[in-house]
Design a protein around this ligand. Structure first.
Ligand code: PLP
Length: 476
């Protein structure tokens, strides 16, 4: 009867199986289709009853490699333009393997001085990379959803203080609704975070002046004036998911300062605009916010899951996330216990991958990748503009191109259904992966480019596949 102690001699074989499978997978990843066409087959092969007696680590690994890998999506590859899906740099991948090997818990400094010091250093480097003030606090999270949660939790604490209430201690009962003001670009994860924080999704005022969500600046001015000095939380969106639009962040920073409001910026991928001079103007003013967030597993290309939250006043974080018990260490910013700065207690050492990729490629490596992606997005836009059967729906400020299939022989009223069916056909085809959205009420494709592996031939294939399958669905 195998148990890990009696069979721990199998470790070497299990690791060798994993390394060999990883090498083979990664060697073919650039050309690999996104899926094998039958998402249920691998699951069916793996679905067995719980073994009474296992058959050991090598057999388990062999089953995973032989029966399981086909069920994965090649989302780490260069042709995944769906959602906003980053890949994994070689440095980040290898460091992440070590993070699992060392199995560090970066809750308390004492449990992993390595993980904590690298988290502090990685956050310092990131504030430098994003040109944020060096004295801000920060924490790594599981992604932008939880980073939004952290930034908005700090905002809630500040807002409670303005009403004389420590919300983390006493709750929100008896307080007025928290006014949250933003544009129509607000990401669903920020609304989710506001729900989790008890602020409530319904208290979000989306002030948009058009169907695509552009901020109605006059409405924002009026809403702030109507508050008559009462504190509000402004959420600015740096890079929204449909077309990569930015809110006018500097203008929102002016208003926040004038009205004594909190400015939170969701830059899940848009914060990276600050690494590339050609795009940086969109993200000016972010340095004046009170809280700013971004993702690691998107444009930094570290493995899932990883996000970052930065807060101007770091002392707010332990007031929400601190925990006390006789066996726990106290809050300490010199030897940080990161469990007190974010929602999780025990936490994976995701700092190793973040640090390793920044150490390996540096500021210029990140900038080169971002600039390459900006150029690839323009290449898609050019090809869309030249194609008689494609229509671009938005400018391309960053790395997302919003367009639809529009053959000349079809009327406006049939286009949404055609593009929705085409979207399904593209996903089923599997040569490229790209999602559809509603842009100003119209069904559209929205490829997002954030993977370091993506090359010109990959974005060309994306356009070719959409046109080929479109013509098949709608013969002339
Ligand atoms: C602007 C924005 N904010 C937040 C998120 C949520 O990110 P995550 O999935 O890492 O939690 C996303 C994800 O696409 C996003 O684009």
């Amino acid at each position: 009867m195998p148990d890990p102690l009696t069979t721990h001699g199998e470790l070497d074989e299990a690791l060798t199986l994993a390394v060999d499978a990883a090498r083979a997978y990664l060697a073919g990843l650039d050309e690999r289709p996104l899926h094998d066409g039958d998402p249920d087959r691998a699951a069916a092969r793996l679905r067995t009853p719980l073994p009474e007696d296992g058959d050991g680590a090598p057999a388990a690994l062999r089953a995973l490699v032989e029966d399981g890998l086909d069920g994965s999506v090649a989302s780490a590859g260069p042709r995944c333009f769906h959602f906003v899906t980053g890949g994994v740099t070689p440095a980040a991948l290898a460091a992440d393997w070590l993070a699992s090997t060392l199995d560090q818990n970066t809750a308390a400094w004492v449990e992993s001085p390595l993980g904590a010091e690298l988290e502090r250093l990685a956050l310092d480097w990131l504030t430098d990379l994003f040109r944020l003030p060096g004295d801000w606090g920060g924490v790594l999270t599981t992604g932008a959803t939880m980073a939004n949660f952290v930034g908005l939790a700090a905002a809630r604490t500040w807002w409670g203080d303005r009403h004389g209430v420590d919300v983390a201690e006493q709750g929100l009962a008896g307080l007025p609704p928290v006014p949250v003001l933003t544009s129509g670009h607000l990401h669903s994860s920020a609304a989710k975070a506001l729900g989790m924080l008890g602020i409530g999704r319904a208290n979000v005022h989306r002030l948009a002046c058009d169907a695509v969500g552009t901020l109605d600046s006059d409405a924002l001015v009026r809403a702030l004036a109507a508050l008559d000095g009462a504190p509000a939380i402004l959420v600015a969106n740096a890079g929204e998911v449909n077309a990569g639009h930015f809110d006018p962040i500097a203008e929102m920073a002016d208003l926040a300062e004038r009205h004594g409001s909190w400015l939170h910026v969701d830059g899940a991928f848009g914060l990276f605009a600050r690494t590339a001079p050609a795009a940086a103007a969109h993200a000016e003013g972010i340095e004046r916010a009170q809280s700013v967030i971004s993702d690691g597993h998107k444009w930094l290309n570290v493995p899932y899951d990883c996000g970052f939250a930065f807060v101007r006043d770091r002392s707010l974080l332990p007031r929400v996330f601190g925990a006390t018990a006789a066996y726990l260490p106290p809050v300490d910013f010199e030897r940080p216990n990161f469990a007190y700065l974010g929602p999780e207690g025990s936490r994976r050492a995701r700092s190793l991958a973040v640090w390793a990729t920044l150490r390996a490629y540096g500021r210029n490596g990140v900038r080169a990748m971002v600039e390459r992606h900006l150029a690839l997005a323009q290449r898609i836009a050019d090809r869309v503009d030249q194609a008689p059967d494609l229509e671009r729906l938005a400018d391309v400020p960053l790395n997302i191109v919003c367009f639809r299939y529009r053959p000349p022989n079809i009327g406006e009223d049939a286009l949404d259904d055609l593009n929705a069916s085409l979207g399904e056909a593209v996903l089923a085809d599997g040569r490229v992966f790209v999602g559809t959205t509603l842009y100003g009420g119209r069904v559209a494709f929205r490829p997002a480019i954030v993977n370091w592996r993506t090359r010109e031939q990959d974005v060309d294939l994306l356009v070719d596949v959409i046109r080929e399958l479109g013509a098949r669905l709608n013969p002339a």
